[in-house]
Design a protein around this ligand. Sequence first.
Ligand code: GLY
Length: 417
Amino acid sequence: MKKAIHLIYLALYGFLLSSCAQSGSEQRFVNENVEFACRQTSCMLDLLGAPDGRYPRTVGDDGKLVTTDIYGWTSGFFPGSLWLLYELTGDEKWRREADAWTAPLEPNKLNVNDHDVGFMVYSSFGRGYKLTKNEHYKEVVVQTANSLMTRFSPVIGSLKSWQGGKAPHDSTVWQFPVIIDNMMNLELLMGAFSITGDSAYRKVAVAHAGTTIKNHVREDYSCYHVVDYDTVSGKVRDRATAQGYADNSAWARGQAWGVYGFTMMYRETGMRKFLDVAEGMAGFFLNNPSLPDDGIPLWDFNAGQTGYHKDWKFDETALGYIPRDASAAAILSSALFELYTFTHNEAYFDSARRMLYALASGSYRAEEGTNSGFLLKHSTGSLPHGKEIDVPLVYADYYFLEALCRYERLLDGISLQ
Ligand code: GLY
């Protein structure tokens, strides 16, 4: 019943949009961006050559393409973008490329050392499975979920994110660090639950998300980046940041991961508390006084503000400006389109669209034939480490394409699920 109402609503929305004079220009916006993405991605494919286990990540100081191996956390996004181009165009060329770039990631199905197998395998094999129903892809998804499940601690109620690490503020060596980003990897577990019907995957995902609400999300719906736990007592040992400005600040991409992750968990479970947190976190992002008018956030909402103490050495003042993070905007735009479908709150739709248009403008979208084939500029990977500041990032492109795909579906009155 709920689904039927939802579909009627979407159809109505699609009808309203298509009946207004604007709809032609909206579709032209999508088409122009998809055509650009196809040409630009073809340039990247020319640069890369045949798949050889190296995956695009960013552009280095020398202006050259930087790649990672299959175990880098970003490896699945390029195949994911190829799947999105297949979905957006229906052109078999993109399916062939997506298949070819997905296959080499298969060893990650046995990777028990990294929570990010969710990103690596669900963006590639998972997206491929949804589009093609390839049985082998399905097996890889389930096997990878089994590997991720080994990282769950029932005492803590969470999956372990990193193997270790150290707090930037003192000499604390982390035992069981969990980062807000880990919310994204739960989609792999929910995918395995939907494939197999085995509720163990769902239980772990629900437990992890619940523990994240309890210990990462603050009163004002901003969030900590890292929470470290005692492996014996299950108690919180430390709250910190690794990629944000300060332990108590709001790192923009972490906030976007939270909105996306909790919205996804509401989609997959129907549990109201996840929707409430997604809305709270979205509200923090959208109503933040430091959010620029175009909706593309500073890399951290509190960068340089008083009351936020940085514990890292990199001198960001030498940059002379506070970098933005286009990747956070792309993730959030995609998440907000989905959040809108569950809440029918037009503010989410309008903000998602505003961010999408900003990303597609000359301020953020690359000139064709430049940017080593990446679509977007001005993302920030890890400023405290002095790494990937104001650069293209492969995941910004992936979520930009996903946001475009979701926007087009909403324009056509098609469900996102
Ligand atoms: N998951 C790592 C990052 O967002 O940079």
